[in-house]
Design a protein around this ligand. Structure first.
Ligand code: SF4
Ligand code: ZN
Ligand code: ZN
Length: 286
C-alpha cells in the first residue's frame, strides 16, 4: 500500500500515510485543536503516566509549543502501586528529560492511602478520583493555566459507551474535549489535544519518533471497566470515521441547565460537589 500523498510505502494503512506524512497529519490535529480553542501563551501542565498516549502527547505538544507560546512541564502522579508505579515513573521522567521539560512528581502516599492499600471493588473509579484531584491541586498551587491529558478518541468512546450502558447521562456528556479554567473555584481546565486521535495512532507516533513508553499493565487493570468496553468496541466500529461520527453525534446533545454546583471542600478547600470532596472522604487518612 502506498502513501496517498507521496506514493512511498504507507505505514499507516487506514488513512494511507508514509511516516513523514503521518507525522504531518498527527501534528496538524494537535495544531488545529489548540487553534480552535485559541490556546496561546499559557502555562500547561502535561499529565504523563508514562504510557503511549501521554508520551505521544508530551512529544507532540513540544513540537508545536513555540508556535503557540506554551510553557510546558511534565507531572507524574505516583499512585503507590508496587512494581507498576516505579516502572511508569521511569518513562515519564525519560520523556521529560528527552524534551528538556521540568519534571514534577506528586505522591499519593503523601496524602493518605496508596491505591494498593485501598480494598474496593471500584478501585479504578477511586484511582481516577485521586488522579483528577492531585493534578488539579498541583496545577492550581503551581500557577498553571491548563492541564493537558493524553485522552484519545478510544478513551472518549469507551467513556460514552460506559455511560450509555449504565444510564449515566453525566458520564456520557462528560466526555468533552475541553473544560474551562475557573480560578475562583480552584478548578484548572483540561485540554485533550489527542481527542480525535486513536490509540493506534498514538502508538504509531511513538514508534515513528523512537519514543519509549511503559508497556507494563497495572495489576488492578482487570477491574478496569474501560478496558473491557474497549475490547467490545473492536467489533462495533469498522473505521476511525465511524468512531468520530459517534462521538460527534453524542456531543450534539445539549447539557441540562441545572448543573451541579461546584463548591469548595470543607476539609481541603478544593472543588467538590459535596460538603467534603471524594478525595478527602475516600483517600485521606482519618
Ligand atoms: Fe488506576 Fe485502575 Fe488504571 Fe490501575 S487500571 S492505574 S487502578 S485506573
Ligand atoms: Zn507520504
Ligand atoms: Zn477535600
Amino acid at each position: 500500500m502506498r502513501c496517498r500523498i507521496c506514493g512511498r510505502e504507507a505505514v499507516y494503512k487506514e488513512l494511507r500515510f508514509c511516516p513523514q506524512h503521518f507525522q504531518a497529519f498527527y501534528l496538524k490535529k494537535i495544531r488545529s485543536y489548540l487553534a480552535s480553542l485559541r490556546i496561546r501563551n499559557l502555562k500547561v501542565l502535561l499529565a504523563v503516566s508514562g504510557g503511549k498516549d501521554s508520551v505521544a502527547l508530551a512529544h507532540g505538544l513540544s513540537q508545536v509549543k513555540s508556535e503557540f507560546g506554551l510553557k510546558l512541564a511534565v507531572l507524574f502522579i505516583d499512585l503507590g502501586i508496587p512494581g507498576y508505579s516505579e516502572e511508569c515513573r521511569k518513562y515519564a521522567r525519560g520523556i521529560a528529560e528527552n524534551l528538556d521539560l521540568p519534571f514534577c512528581l506528586v505522591r499519593l502516599s503523601d496524602y493518605g492511602k496508596t491505591i494498593a492499600e485501598i480494598r474496593h471493588e471500584r478501585i479504578c473509579g477511586i484511582c481516577g478520583t485521586a488522579k483528577r484531584y492531585l493534578m488539579n491541586r498541583f496545577a492550581w498551587e503551581n500557577g498553571f493555566d491548563y492541564i493537558a491529558t493524553g485522552h484519545n478518541l478510544d478513551d472518549e468512546l469507551a467513556f460514552i459507551l460506559n455511560g450509555l450502558l449504565s444510564q449515566d447521562l453525566q458520564m456520557v456528556l462528560g466526555a468533552e474535549k475541553f473544560s474551562p479554567t475557573r480560578k475562583e473555584k480552584k478548578l484548572i481546565g483540561k485540554l485533550k489535544p489527542l481527542y480525535y486521535l486513536t490509540e493506534d495512532e498514538n502508538r504509531l507516533y511513538c514508534e515513528i519518533n523512537g519514543l519509549d513508553y511503559c508497556r507494563a499493565k497495572c495489576p488492578f487493570s482487570r477491574s478496569a471497566r474501560q478496558l473491557e468496553i474497549k475490547e467490545r468496541m473492536k467489533s462495533l466500529f469498522k473505521s476511525k470515521q465511524e468512531k468520530i461520527n459517534f462521538v460527534k453525534t453524542i456531543r450534539k446533545i445539549k447539557k441540562p441547565q441545572e448543573e451541579q454546583q461546584v463548591r469548595l471542600c470543607e476539609k481541603c478547600g478544593f472543588p467538590s460537589f459535596q460538603p467534603v470532596c471524594k478525595f478527602c472522604s475516600l483517600i485521606v487518612e482519618k
